[in-house]
Every structure is written in structure tokens, then in C-alpha cells.
Design a protein around this ligand. Sequence first.
Ligand code: ARG
Length: 463
Amino acid sequence: MTDQNKSAEKPWGGRFTEPTDAFVERFTASVGFDQRLYHHDITGSIAHATMLAEVGVLTVEERDTIIDGLKAVKADIEAGTFQWSVSLEDVHMNIEARLTDRIGITGKKLHTGRSRNDQVATDIRLYLRDEIDVIAEELKRLQTGLLDLAEREADTIMPGFTHLQTAQPVTFGHHLLAWYEMLVRDAERLQDCRKRVNVMPLGAAALAGTTYPIDRSITARLLGFDRPSENSLDSVSDRDFAIEFCSFAALLMTHLSRFSEELVLWTSAQFDFIDLPDRFCTGSSIMPQKKNPDVPELVRGKTGRVNGHLISLLTLMKSQPLAYNKDNQEDKEPLFDTVDTVKGCLKAYADMIPAIEARADNMRVAAKRGFSTATDLADYLVKKGVAFRDAHEIVGKAVAFGVAESRDLSEMTTDELKRFSDVITEDVFDVLTLDGSVQARDHLGGTAPDQVRAAVTRARKAL
Ligand code: ARG
């Protein structure tokens, strides 16, 4: 990056009588971070020039000179030979200035009928649309991995929790499908957001439109937008689409943080429900025995910055008068970091999930430990004519006995159980087993292994 250029060379320098203060120049510049929009900026400019030629504002020769020049500038940027200049403020003026250096006076015609205000709004939408498509693919890869794992673990029994206390046995596959459902909603939100991203502001110019006979439907078509936006004032100032994306991202990260919390718990020696391969973990520099679940922990932690970015953008837009304000330049860093963070977290998760190894024996032992079939015993009593409230009381007493004796319900004798209710007979053990318990929940959305397999099949079809 250079700051050699003097203010006299600024594209807007005409009415100024002194150079920009050196600090102000750095303070107001965005090129340090918006240069990542170069590709979309050039794509937008090529479409704009093409449209200008089609409506007769540029000649065909001028158009071709501009397009060739823009392609050469792009090649320079990609070759790393482009000198970004802080005094040229942002990606837009850097590229335009270099274009004019390369092709001369014709370069100065590119900005006809356009402003940086509609240009930047267009660039961000093109950028975000591409990133949304990448994120959607990565999300799908994670969803696919979850379905595979859920199918593999359809018969594995673990304790289901409420209040993080053992509640009822569930299958591990069923638990994983709960995660999957969260991601289905995230994927839907992302596609819904994409609809509003894919609207073209170009043509709004600074705020009021332009006096040239532009045809916005041409540029919209060339750039793959669904349609041009309706109102020029709204077009240059609207950042709802970025907020919506960050809101999608915050919810996705909230879900990933929940998965992460469980993975961290499950890998601990106290739970020991799963093993994460070494390549997803790190060690401690002082405690030789440690294998830390850094990836889930870090993903959980990164939820904070994504939530923060959502709040940043909401606050950025709050109370802004129409139309464009320089405030809007502050939209980029939160948005870019949200995109980067979400992509990184999804990649880590999509790689890691299929590598999870369930410790089925430990899960089973844990499921047994917490009287997880107590509800099944109550249901058994109800089926034998006992009112549910009475059944609840009876089972409560049996559990208290089990706590005192350190024995699970399934480890008591029929005679012992009969002391609590004389309707109990030998067949009680069919429902007191973990397998009997999960198999009995055999309806749509239930935890029975067959239901898990059916849900995986439906989900694969929908995906
Ligand atoms: N760098 C600016 C931004 O990111 C581009 C638009 C500047 N427009 C203006 N009138 N100063 O928002």
C-alpha cells in the first residue's frame, strides 16, 4: 500500500483548495479492507460499461477498451503487482484510477451514470451472493455428515437429558438428528436471505438516479440479479440484507455452540461418550495427559464475535437518515469477518463430525445409571389400570429405594417391585430395559431406531 499520491490527484479533488489531512486520509480510507471486493467491483464495472454501450452512452470501441483495461487491472491484482493506494481511499477509486493510467482518457468515462454509492452496494451484494453459495454448500456437507453418523448410530443408546440430568434413554442417532433439524432451518434462512441479497441497486447513482438513458434490466441480467431495486434512495442506503445474513450467521453459530458444548462434555473423562480423533484436538504444554477438544471450544467461542457483528450492523443502521452516509463504510469489516468465521467453523465441523467415534458401552452404562426407564415403569402401571398420578408416586418410591440400594429399576426383583404395586408382574422387565424403552417410542419424531433410520431416509431425500 502506498500513500504517495497527492490530494490534487483525487477523483473528487476539483473543489478542494488544500490536501486532505494525512491522518484523515488514513482514517477515512477503506481500501485496507474493501480491496477484497476487487473481483466483484470489476465484474460490476464490466456490466455497467456493457449496458452504457448498449444504450449508446459509450461507443462500442470505448466499451471494449474499458473492458480490456479492467481485465488487465484484474490480472495485475491477481498477480500481486497492483499498488493499492490509501490516498485513493477505496477499492473503487483505486481500480478506476489504475484503469485510467492504463487506457487513458476513456477510463474516465466508466463512471458515467454511476456513483460509488450504488457501486459499493452492488459490489457487496455480488460478494455476499457468492459467499452465500459457498456457505450453503459447506452447510450441506455438514448436514450430510450428520445424517451418515446418525444412521451409523441409530441403535446406540445414550441417556437423554433435561436440566442436564438423566431423563429418558434416547438413541444417539436421534440426538444427532436434533442437531440436523437446527441446520435445516439455518439452510432455509440462508436461502431466504439470498433472495433479498440478489436485488440490484446499480443505477441508483448517488441517491436520485441518473439523467443518462440507462437500462437497469440489462445490468441486472448481466450480473445475474433477480431484478433491479425499486427506489434509488433505498437502494444506496439499504443494508438489511447484510443484517439478515448476520442474523442467519448468529443463529447458525448459536447452534454450533450448542453442538460444541455437548462435544466438550462428551469428550471429558466424566462422560467419555465419544472420541474425537487426535487431528481435531491439541495438547497442553504442561499437562502431558491432556487432549483438549479445541475445535469445538473455539467454535463455541467464535459465536461471540458473530453475535457481536450482528449487533454492530444493527447499531450501524439505527437512526441513519436517507440516503447513503459514510457510516455505511463500517458495514464491511463485520460482514467480512462473519463470512470468514462461519466458513471456517462450518469447514471444521463438516470435517470433524464424520470422524466422531461413539463409545456405545459408556453411553449405555450412563443411560442405566440415572433411572432413565422410570417413565416407562409409570406408563406400564397406567396400562395396567393405575392412574398416571398414582403411577408417578409409586415409581418415585421405587426410585428412592433404588437410590438407597444403589440399584437400577431393572436390577430389582419382581418381588421387590411388587412391594410398590401389586399389578407389577414378570413382564415389567420388557419395559425396564433400555432397548425396550427406546423401541417403544416408535412414532414420527420418536427415538426408536427404526424411526431414526426413516428420518435419515426422508432427510436425505429433502437434502
Ligand atoms: N468506501 C465507501 C464505502 O465503503 C464507498 C462509497 C463512498 N461514497 C461516498 N460518497 N463517499 O461505503
